[in-house]
Design a protein around this ligand. Structure first.
Ligand code: ZN
Length: 690
């Protein structure tokens, strides 16, 4: 049972760096506040003891609800079964969401440690519920034939989750499944920790080896006591080297260090995870983990994953070949006669092509994206698009002093609350994500969610200029937040919030990324931080054209990661040679030659949590582009299509299958036409633009 639904950003395994500042302009209007029945827990400034008390009370309430189901006499009714089941779900969700969030963001180490322990405790309670046979039997004998569609869908879906957990197996088997799941949880943490702990570095002789890198990068990398300059494998250190360093041998050495993180440790951990997962799948009657893991998702089964990967490859290949030819022509300027491109050369050559072929330097747009302006622009865009009003609760307390509290209302009525935790802080979660904190329940509980990002904070002397990619990331994550709030008017907690199918969650946010490419939308907020000049439409057009170059290669790389993720979890673990699978997939899908001596699977973090479901990113990208095609590209802020989208796709949340949401909006199942058009835009752009 997947009770905690925290969304992680769309980063892929190694995609290009994305990066984001504002003039303080806190709105003067105060929000109207939460209803008396739902006071902000921060108003009391809870310490760790109060936190634990609240969480333990929630767990106790969940247990009371479960006891109530088991104790019910007579026939099963919605009232004596589904109502308490949903109450248990609501309490467990709230406990896990809040404690796992505190462990990521609370400034105090003791608080974080106790929150981690609380997450473990609450997760164990959730697992126990997923294997509780009495509750399963109660729910399965419930007659919902006369209930509304959302209730019927909810029950059917919960019964599937129960069966996938193994609730109908005998006691010994269920005990064994619990052991396997606990083992898997530990191995997954070890896999992630091995990656984050293994920072590697290379040493270069002098600043001359960093030629081509931006001056601020060179300035911040001074020689150490031994006279050498140290470059680490951390993303902010490594990506600029892969993209800009003229010295090929520096790029190559760093790539080898990068591609050996967590190796060989994670080879063994991965093999253990593969064995545990294969065993779970076999016990539950599936031929592979990929099949089992797909059973409660849009894609349905493993064969469909394989088909999807092949279909994407067929769509991307002709375009990727055209891009490859351009990259190779660039390489041939300095290496005449070269016929192949190594994986480590990809970023560097791509940047060269963007500069020489598209006349675009990515640093030229930063002055238009000061953090405060971007924030206001993103809030305004979302308010306009979805007909909402955001009011800041100025000075409201939260977990850290710089966290902002915002109320969401519609037609003067409050419908939810969100928190913005936007800037780095020691020991804070270091990527970008939306964290749901409470699921909305009609008439009972308003939805709450938090956005956690790490954009440089503006100061009196620094406007906090953002890279364009960070602006896109900001709106992407904000899209998850809006989804969580707008889907929070369900009757049941269990279907409130973002879709139950884990392979749909990214589509709405990926769709909104397109809004940040629209000259019309950008013109509403992107102004030069010194002159106040609106970003020129010509610059936006040039930026869009340049950033469209490389899409097919990007898709091919994502497809190769999807294939790796699928292949190692669709075969018997003893038949899988990890190096052969990863090298093979790179060659088959990307047209690039893998540099020998690297073992990327060891640092491919998604192989832990996502396991066989890495295809999700491309699957949702296909849906997202199909969604975009329903809007008027020249007027993305038009209210009609956005209102329809909100009503059909966002508001139902998890009360309908994601396949139905998509079909209801498109009038058909999704297809790859719009996606294909998006991939090929660079070539069309060139024709019409030149
Ligand atoms: Zn996302």
């Amino acid at each position: 049972m997947n009770l905690a639904r925290v969304l992680h950003p769309f980063t892929g395994f190694l995609t290009s760096a994305v990066a984001c500042v504002l003039m303080a302009s806190a709105p003067a209007v105060r929000g109207q506040g939460l209803p008396a029945s739902q006071p902000s827990i921060w108003a009391t400034k809870p310490d760790v003891t109060a936190f634990e008390k609240m969480e333990n009370e929630r767990l106790a309430a969940a247990q009371r609800a479960i006891d109530q189901i088991v104790a019910a006499k007579g026939g099963r009714t919605i009232e004596n079964t589904l109502v308490p089941f949903d109450e248990a779900t609501r309490q467990l969700n709230a406990t896990i969401e809040f404690s796992s969030f505190m462990q990521q963001v609370h400034p105090d180490a003791t608080f974080r440690d106790r929150a981690t322990a609380m997450t473990t405790k609450a997760s164990a309670a959730a697992t126990a519920l997923s294997l509780n046979r009495e509750v399963y039997q109660a729910l399965s004998s419930l007659d919902v034939s006369k209930s509304d569609p959302a209730t019927r869908y909810y029950v059917q879906r919960q019964l599937l989750e129960f069966r996938l957990a193994g609730v109908d197996k005998d006691d010994a088997t269920r005990a064994h499944l619990r052991e396997l799941n606990d083992k898997l949880t530990n191995e997954q943490s070890a896999f992630d920790r091995n990656i984050s702990d293994d920072q590697r570095s290379i040493a270069v002789d002098s600043a001359r080896d960093l030629e081509g890198l931006p001056q601020d990068y060179i300035d911040s990398h001074k020689p150490g006591a031994d006279g050498k300059i140290r470059i680490t494998t951390d993303y902010p250190d490594a990506l600029p080297v892969f993209t800009f360093a003229k010295n090929e041998s520096v790029r190559k050495q760093l790539w080898v260090a990068f591609g050996n993180r967590a190796y060989p440790k994670n080879r063994d951990v991965l093999l253990e995870m593969m064995r545990a997962r294969q065993e779970i799948a076999t016990i539950l009657g599936y031929s592979s983990w990929a099949d089992y893991n797909a059973a409660d998702k849009m894609i349905g089964n493993g064969q469909n994953i394989a088909n999807f990967i092949r279909q994407v490859n067929e769509a991307a290949r002709p375009l990727a070949q055209r891009e490859f030819a351009m990259l190779l022509a660039e390489k041939n300027k300095t290496s005449p006669g070269a016929k192949e491109i190594f994986d480590f050369e990809n970023y560097y050559l791509r940047e060269l092509v963007q500069r020489s072929g598209y006349n675009f330097d990515s640093t030229s747009v930063r002055p238009y994206f000061a953090y405060d302006r971007v924030k206001q622009g993103i809030l305004d865009t979302a308010q306009k698009l979805f007909g909402l009003t955001f009011n800041q609760e100025v000075g409201a307390p939260a977990w850290a002093p710089d966290v902002e509290t915002w109320d969401v209302s519609e037609n003067g009525k409050m419908i939810g609350r969100f928190y913005l935790d936007m800037h780095p802080r020691p020991n804070k979660f270091s990527h970008a994500q939306m964290s749901p904190l409470l699921e909305g329940i009609r008439g009972k509980q308003l939805p709450e969610a938090a956005l956690v990002c790490n954009f440089a904070a503006p100061t009196a002397t620094d406007p906090g200029l953002m890279d364009y990619g960070d602006v896109v990331t900001f709106f992407h994550e904000f899209g998850h937040l809006v989804h969580q709030i707008l889907s929070g008017k369900q009757q049941w907690s269990g279907v409130s919030g973002i879709s139950m199918e884990a392979d749909f969650g990214e589509a709405p946010s990926q769709m909104l990324e397109e809004w940040m490419r629209s000259p019309q939308v950008l013109a509403t907020f992107a102004r030069h931080y010194k002159t106040g000049e609106t970003i020129p439409a010509e610059l936006v057009a040039r930026m869009n054209r340049a950033s469209a170059f490389g899409r097919a290669s990007w898709v091919s790389a994502q497809d190769s990661y999807s294939a790796i993720s699928y292949e190692i979890y669709s075969r018997k673990p003893q038949d899988v040679d990890l190096d052969a699978v990863t090298d093979g997939a790179t060659r088959q899908y990307t047209l690039l030659t893998p540099l020998p001596g690297t073992h990327m699977f060891a640092s491919f973090g998604h192989l832990g949590g996502y396991s066989s479901a890495y295809y999700t990113y491309l699957w949702d990208k296909v849906i997202a582009e199909d969604f975009v095609s329903q809007f008027d590209a020249t007027n993305l802020l038009a209210p009609g299509p956005a209102a329809r989208y909100r009503r059909i796709v966002l508001e139902p949340g998890g009360s309908q299958s994601a396949n139905d949401l998509v079909k209801n909006f498109l009038g058909r199942a999704q297809n790859t036409s719009a996606f294909q058009k998006w991939m090929g835009e660079e070539f069309e752009g060139k024709q019409s633009g030149n």
